[in-house]
Design a protein around this ligand. Structure first.
Ligand code: NAG
Ligand code: NAG
Ligand code: NAG
Ligand code: NAG
Ligand code: NAG
Ligand code: NAG
Ligand code: NAG
Length: 761
């Protein structure tokens, strides 16, 4: 038996050696335990029907990265439990478009809840793609919300209202299929989901119809933006609804609980073994996993090495696309374009290069002979130095661009980097837009810089913020603002069109808001300022956007400098929150971040001032101060009562004594009625010394919305319809309706309706 024993010993040592070798290779990967699957074999099927199947997706064993298993049945590519059909896979932005048959089936037995479903793992690689998706609801007097199952957070919602009076509050709504009162509603999904699975929840309000009618007519869809606008109400039961899902690649065996923060780098093994293409880079996903992208100027699949990977785009081959009709040289990631020798002009348009006027030898001869030779010489020297200057300027522009772009990309969360890339505007364009930053285009200036009005080549009117001085802190603030605003898409937040990175401190380009700031309107010298209704609405809109910043984005944002001067008003007096230079991301699991105190005197949260601990509640405080400003038309930073109290102190004293009218703006007393007291009360809770005692911005939003809703007669409309339906109309849409009280109570119970419905202004 000896020989056998020695064999088994030899075998054992072989195994040991193998194990050792394996261990070595694993530890060279990085942290112990990380498992990277081997690359797929070449013989994998890479299409199904008309749909291409790029890695990490795959059909059949060994062909896909874990979690990206697809099934091909006939010519149909299926994902998950087979109810979702794959329509297109994009590797370059890590998205897949799936088709789902019909609406979300909402069960009456489940209290009006239905799951989106699809059989995809809840904590798997897929999530509904925010920004490209929307919620569509058809039906009458119903509120729908999308609630993420894992977190119970409401990610979107809208209210569909039916009015049958011809003079219903209809407003021209260009390309959207749903308008107010038309029995449907649509709402963007701009808050990113953390997990795959979510429910649609329905609640009816203000009506008493038979249950059957409700169920038959009400449909809930989650669809790619624009789908419903094309569909326009003709919805068949079996319609396939397109919707995009984002995906990330997860690496098994990673330390649990890794939470990517903006600017985080991917571990080196991910850079090497996930983003396999040489010309790709990696971004940590929002919640988990990683996604890869090709470098700018490259295209292909960043997840594969070699030929299928990211390849340099030959821009010269697509003159229309890249606008090069002259001589063209392709360079890695970019290209150079110029007019051929002997021509000059604009090489970005077809036929833009025109023959230069030829200077014949004879004329030169005459010129030299006539003694102009010296002048020509001077001209040549002059041109040469100009050229040197120009070259230096170009080099600086390039250097600043690289620096700023690097900083910007560092701050951005995962996939949204591509948004930023799209937002880059050239210095040349801005110079043209502002007539070389002409004095007459100046809109105003602050400590930070000068704001110019400009018109871009696409005729967009914009405001351009040009910094005055070069201070590192300011550069950081500008980059910070780009990073934050590029993630936000909210109708009450000023829109950032782009930025120019070719100057040392980047310049920011915003939508032009025509009507000045709230500060300008409140502190005018006119006896009357904004009407009470407008003030209340502006406060509500501001609260709405702040609540959004605090809650719905996966990485909450604190504005840090809320004040009337930072609330801009457009021509319809709609509020737009501006100036995010000082704003901060706050990771979800931290309850406050310690920072250097920043803000504006008079609006600054005393608790933050004393501890430096920054929470959302600091914005709530500043908002409270702003409410006082709206109620009193006094300037928070300069107000002093005869007893030497500031605005907040004096206001709360008078409130406690019941002497509020002493300090209120007389116009508010005239127009505001009972609501004024409610708003004053709300303001004072926002101004509580202890941050924990202050309400959340969401609560503030709800309270203000509630106050507003009564003004808008929506309840009346619903009531009229209801009474007409039952043939028991006793009175018109007047406020004296007998059921008013009861119905408004019901109504206020529908908090979620107030939360997210869209009203016309
Ligand atoms: C690919 O080829 C290998 C062997 O060469 C084989 O084992 C495997 O089953 C093939 N895979 C497919 C999907 O055809
Ligand atoms: C891949 O999907 C098919 C069909 O859904 C299933 O039969 C198979 O077990 C899946 N493979 C893995 C590894 O999940
Ligand atoms: C991904 O890219 C495709 C094609 O460029 C585009 O249609 C799609 O909307 C993009 N998806 C996302 C989520 O950006
Ligand atoms: C529906 O709501 C009722 C009352 O709130 C509750 O008792 C019941 O359990 C709910 N049913 C489901 C399926 O959630
Ligand atoms: C979500 O709500 C359900 C039912 O209301 C509850 O059981 C569950 O614990 C909640 N989950 C979270 C994370 O709050
Ligand atoms: C709805 O109307 C029916 C008949 O008009 C009535 O019997 C029922 O009590 C009403 N339900 C509610 C909740 O008002
Ligand atoms: C060239 O023409 C294009 C298109 O008309 C225009 O946008 C661009 O500004 C022009 N460039 C120069 C340098 O004139």
């Amino acid at each position: 038996m000896a020989p056998q024993g020695s064999i088994s010993v030899a075998g054992a040592s072989l195994v040991l050696l193998l194990a050792l070798a394996l261990q070595l290779s694993v530890s060279s990967l990085s942290a112990a335990g990380v498992v990277v699957p081997p690359p797929p074999p070449d013989n994998c099927t890479r299409s199904c029907g008309k749909v291409a199947v790029p890695y990490p997706f795959g059909i059949g064993p060994g062909c896909y990265w874990p979690g990206f298993n697809l099934t091909c049945v006939g010519n149909t590519l299926l994902i998950g439990d087979g109810t979702l059909r794959v329509d297109h896979i994009w590797a370059h932005n890590s998205t897949v478009r799936v088709l789902r048959s019909g609406d979300i089936k909402v069960q009456e037995e489940a209290n009006g809840t239905g799951a989106f479903g699809g059989g995809l793992r809840d904590d798997g690689p897929f999530t509904l793609s925010a920004y490209t998706s929307e919620l569509v609801v058809t039906g009458c007097n119903v509120v729908a919300t999308l609630v993420e199952q894992h977190t119970n957070l409401t990610r979107s919602g809208c209210a569909s209202i039916c009015t049958n009076s011809a003079d219903s509050m209809e407003f021209p709504s260009s390309h959207k299929a749903c308008s107010f009162g038309k029995g449907c509603c649509q709402e963007e999904i701009i808050s990113p989901f953390q997990r795959m699975n979510f429910d649609a929840r329905l609640k009816w309000f203000g009506q008493n119809r038979t249950v059957d009618e409700r169920w038959e007519k009400t449909r809930v869809y989650v669809a790619e933006k624009g789908w419903y606008d094309k569909q326009r109400l003709v919805l068949e039961e079996a319609t396939e609804v397109p919707v995009q899902l984002d995906w990330v690649v997860e690496v098994a065996g990673e330390p649990a609980g890794r939470r990517p923060v903006p600017g985080d780098d991917c571990p080196s093994y991910v850079n090497r073994d996930v983003c396999k293409s040489r010309n790709s880079y990696c971004m940590p996903g929002r919640e988990r996993g990683y996604s890869c992208s090709c470098y700018i100027g490259h295209d292909g699949n960043p997840y594969v090495a070699g030929d299928g990977g990211c390849k340099d785009v030959d821009e010269c081959k697509q003159p229309e696309e890249y606008g090069c009709f002259g001589e063209c040289t392709n360079l890695p990631g970019t290209f150079r374009c110029w007019c051929p020798r002997g021509t000059h002009g604009n090489h970005t348009v077809l036929g833009g290069c025109i023959k230069s006027a030829t200077v014949s030898g004879a004329t030169i001869g005459i010129g030299v002979a006539s003694g102009a030779g010296a002048i020509i010489l001077i001209l040549i020297v002059f041109l040469f130095t100009q050229k040197l200057k120009h070259q230096r300027k170009q080099m600086l522009k390039k250097k600043f661009f690289e620096q700023n772009r690097g900083r910007l990309l560092q701050q951005l969360v995962s996939q949204r980097a591509d948004i930023a890339e799209r937002m880059i505007i050239s210095l040349e364009e801005l110079e043209k837009a502002t007539n070389n930053f002409d004095k007459t285009r100046e809109l105003g200036g602050g400590g930070h810089g000068t704001v110019y009005k400009g018109i871009l080549s696409d005729l967009q009117v914009v405001a351009i913020k040009k910094p005055k001085m070069v201070i590192q802190k300011e550069i950081d603030e500008f980059i910070n603002e780009v990073a934050i605003l590029s993630q936000i898409n909210h109708r009450n937040v000023v829109k950032l069109y782009g930025c120019c990175l070719e100057t040392e401190v980047p310049m920011l380009v915003y939508e032009f808001i025509s009507n000045g700031s709230l500060y300008d309107h409140v502190h005018t010298h006119e006896p009357k300022s904004l009407s009470w209704d407008d003030r209340l609405r502006i406060a509500t809109e501001t609260a709405k956007s702040l609540a959004y910043l605090h809650m719905t984005v996966s990485m909450p944002i604190i504005h840090r400098d809320i004040k009337s001067a930072n609330i801009l008003l457009d021509d319809t007096l709609a509020a737009k929150v501006a100036d995010f230079g000082a704003s901060r991301y706050v990771p979800l699991d931290k309850t406050g971040v310690t920072t250097i105190v920043q803000g504006t005197r008079g609006y600054l949260d005393p608790m933050y001032l004393s501890t430096g601990r920054l929470t959302e509640k600091s914005d709530v405080y500043s908002f409270g101060v702003m409410l006082l400003e709206l109620l009193t038309r006094k300037k928070p930073f300069s107000y002093l009562s005869s007893e030497g109290d500031g605005l907040v102190g004096h206001f709360s004293t008078l409130f406690a004594e019941g002497n509020l009218p002493q300090i209120l703006d007389p116009q508010v007393v005239d127009e505001g009625g009972q609501e004024v007291k409610e708003v004053a009360k709300l303001a004072l809770t926002c101004l509580k010394l202890t941050a924990e005692d202050r309400p959340t911005m969401r609560h503030v939003e709800l309270t203000l919305e509630g106050l507003q809703a009564f003004k808008r007669n929506i309840i009346d409309n619903v009531l009229v319809e209801r009474s007409e339906d039952h043939g028991t109309a006793t009175s018109g849409p007047t406020t004296g309706h007998p059921n008013m009280k009861e119905s408004s109570r019901q109504y206020s119970m529908e908090e979620e309706f107030l939360l997210s419905s869209r009203y016309p202004r």
